[in-house]
Design a protein around this ligand. Structure first.
Ligand code: HEC
Ligand code: HEC
Length: 329
């Protein structure tokens, strides 16, 4: 993401001395702008991950596309215009003009990133351990869940377009791990991040409470499905590559932190499989990454379609017409 500094040096032979001097002056000036650009870009990227001002999705997407445009300009040597292109993101995400500190070199940055990731994994692991040792207080879990319901719905069924996953009935351990990962910056989720902070839902106890509450919600089998045309391939792939961890009916395994994936929305499944394959979901399980590494679009869609049609045992399914009584007014 962070680009190494480039020298806009495409010397064509035969220019006059005056032009050469102007070029030298320009080059001398370039690094300062470049530092500022690298610094601003780093702060924009950080804010895009944590979304401190709770900005809605369409605005985050506009910022993302301007950020990408800024990098293109920067790569063309147009540093000033590139910086201007970041102004929208700075305003949107509340980024000040103060540079943070001297910009580290590319190798220092890579090292710092590696350390930050290790630290994030440790932090998440500590919080998981802590939260799982606590007794969930379901009344407090419901209180916290009222915020979550804005997106995941009162029943925890998410949205059938796959933008928000069904989380009802998910294993407590899995919810705890996902929340801890999001809080530690080990899984990006800019929409949700501001709702999952310690300030908004409390520390490890809050995580334990809301995970305990989500575990009690009835699961909807009325999820988004694929086209149903390639289910034989989906079944074959699932049985060869997924069953050992996610179980015969997609029930997962709470003890081993394996998520339930049955009756999950098809389009969410496709997206997660692609993200896990491509390393975009940083907390992806390494062995799982290996099992989907060679998937093309056909395999991904086939297995996602098959999984979206797997169902939880009848006693975990929401009865027809069920709605969450805790939300009845
Ligand atoms: C602003 C919308 C929003 C709010 C509020 C929100 N979420 Fe989410 N949540 C999402 C989205 C979107 C995803 C999926 C992100 C992705 O695609 O990676 C998600 C993913 C999750 C996941 C991971 C699911 C999985 O299958 O891996 C869990 C667990 C979760 N949310 C729990 C919560 C809890 C608990 C709260 C309340 C404290 C909450 N969410 C509040 C939007 C939201
Ligand atoms: C070695 C065990 C393993 C194998 C094999 C495996 N997975 Fe996973 N999978 C996991 C774990 C663990 C996670 C949770 C990773 C995390 O913590 O974010 C996961 C996450 C997922 C998710 C995201 C769930 C969510 O709620 O966001 C999907 C979807 C998924 N796996 C589908 C599959 C499919 C389909 C296959 C077979 C092609 C497969 N997995 C193979 C262990 C495995």
């Amino acid at each position: 993401m962070l680009r190494a500094m480039r020298t806009p040096m495409n010397a064509r032979g035969g220019f006059r001395v005056g032009a050469a001097i102007a070029l030298v002056l320009l080059l001398a000036a370039a690094p300062a702008g470049a530092d500022e650009f690298e610094d601003t870009l780093a702060r924009v990227d950080k804010a895009l991950q944590t979304n401190p001002k709770r900005v809605p999705l369409h605005l985050l997407e506009s910022c993302q596309s301007r950020r990408n445009g800024a990098i293109r300009l920067y790569d063309l040597g147009q540093t000033t215009r590139a910086l201007r292109r970041l102004d929208f993101c700075k305003k949107l995400l509340g980024i000040s003009d103060e540079p943070t500190k001297a910009v580290p070199s590319a190798s220092e940055q890579a090292k710092a990133l590696g350390e930050a990731e290790r630290e994030a994994r440790h932090r998440a692991a500590r919080e998981v351990e802590q939260a799982l040792g606590l007794e969930p207080d379901l009344a407090n879990g419901l209180r916290i869940y009222r915020d979550c319901a804005q997106c995941h719905g009162a029943e925890g069924w998410g949205l059938s377009n796959g933008s928000v996953p069904q989380i009802a009935g998910q294993h407590r351990t899995v919810v705890v791990k996902q929340l801890a990962d999001i809080r530690a910056g080990n899984r990006d989720n800019p929409l949700m991040a501001p709702y999952a902070t310690v300030e908004s839902m409390g520390g490890a106890q809050g995580v334990a409470d809301v995970a305990g509450y989500i575990d009690t919600l009835e699961i909807s089998i009325d999820s988004d499905k694929g086209k149903g045309k390639d289910l034989a391939l989906g079944k074959k792939l699932y049985e060869e590559r997924c069953v050992s961890c996610h179980g015969a009916t997609g029930e997962g395994d709470g003890v081993r932190f394996m998520p339930r994936i049955h009756s999950q929305h098809y389009r969410y499944l496709v997206r997660q499989l692609e993200w896990i394959r491509d390393g975009k979901r940083r907390n992806g399980n390494a062995e799982m990454v290996a099992s989907v590494k060679d998937f093309g679009e056909r395999e991904t869609r086939a297995v996602a379609d098959y999984v979206s049609r797997l169902e939880p045992p009848i006693e975990l399914q929401a009865p027809p017409g069920w709605s969450n009584p805790d939300f009845a007014d």
